[in-house]
Ligand binder design. Structure first.
Ligand SMILES: Nc1ncnc2c1ncn2[C@@H]1O[C@H](COP(=O)(O)OP(=O)(O)OP(=O)(O)O)[C@@H](O)[C@H]1O
Length: 219
């Protein structure tokens, strides 16, 4: 599948946030969006998913314009920055709800075995993030949006999530944004930098320094 997001124009009140966006992502690849705080990354993911309506946008799936919000197609899953699963639900029920196997989860994240009958509110912020990221990545879909999947995770868990992303990309379009740029660089095949409301496709990593996203010598 080829997903394209084109010609986005987003304003909040009279302030222009996005303008001059083009992003192409496809099955088998991880496509990343990098950019400073407040540049509009989450807004762009929300626009792509369909739960934020900009003044203008064009989405194409396999070159055909999509006329309804992407989330209504049932093709997509979205990991927002905030917790999206209610905290009073037991983990065993959450896995049942998403039709995911608990044992496969604990094979990847052994320490979670003790939580099968616990409610989500019994987990730490990072543990909860792992559960939510796992669910979004592993549930059946064609397109996955991940907004800051690495925040709050310890280094070993970040590596496990990166491995899962590499496995899932084989049959999914994955679009990811995070401030942990080293991990993003490692896991992604294509990088777009969001700057001054527009996307710039990064051809050489040193452009991240040239465009002042990274300071000289960060790479
Ligand atoms: N609902 C809203 N109403 C008004 N302004 C908003 C709203 N949501 C976001 N903004 C503004 O739009 C800009 C882009 O926000 P957005 O959250 O998309 O940025 P971001 O790149 O994801 O930031 P961060 O990296 O800090 O998460 C910011 O200046 C923010 O203050």
């Amino acid at each position: 599948m080829i997903f394209e997001l084109d010609n986005v124009e987003l304003y909040f009140k009279n302030k222009r946030i996005l303008n001059g966006i083009y992003l192409k992502a496809e099955t088998g690849q991880v496509t990343a969006i990098l950019g400073r705080n407040g540049c509009g990354k989450s807004s762009l993911l929300n626009i792509a998913f369909g739960n934020l309506k900009p003044k203008y946008k064009l989405i194409r799936l396999n070159s055909k314009p999509l006329l309804k919000p992407l989330y209504l197609t049932g093709l997509t899953k979205y990991l927002p920055q905030y917790n999206f699963i209610p905290s009073g639900i037991k983990l065993s029920f959450v896995f049942k709800l998403y039709q995911l196997d608990w044992d496969s989860f604990t094979e990847n994240f052994e320490a979670f075995s003790i939580y099968k009958s616990s409610k989500l509110k019994a987990l730490s912020g990072g543990e909860r993030r792992i559960v939510e990221t796992y669910i979004i990545l592993k549930t059946k879909s064609d397109i996955v949006f991940l907004d800051e999947p690495f925040s709050h995770l310890s280094p070993l868990h970040i590596e496990t999530v990166k491995q899962m992303i590499a496995e899932e990309k084989e049959h999914k379009v994955i679009i990811i944004s995070d401030h942990l740029y080293q991990h993003i660089i490692e896991v992604s095949d294509t990088i777009y930098l969001l700057k001054n409301g527009a996307t710039k496709k990064i051809e050489k990593l040193t452009e991240l320094e040239d465009y002042k996203y990274l300071s000289e010598g960060s790479l």
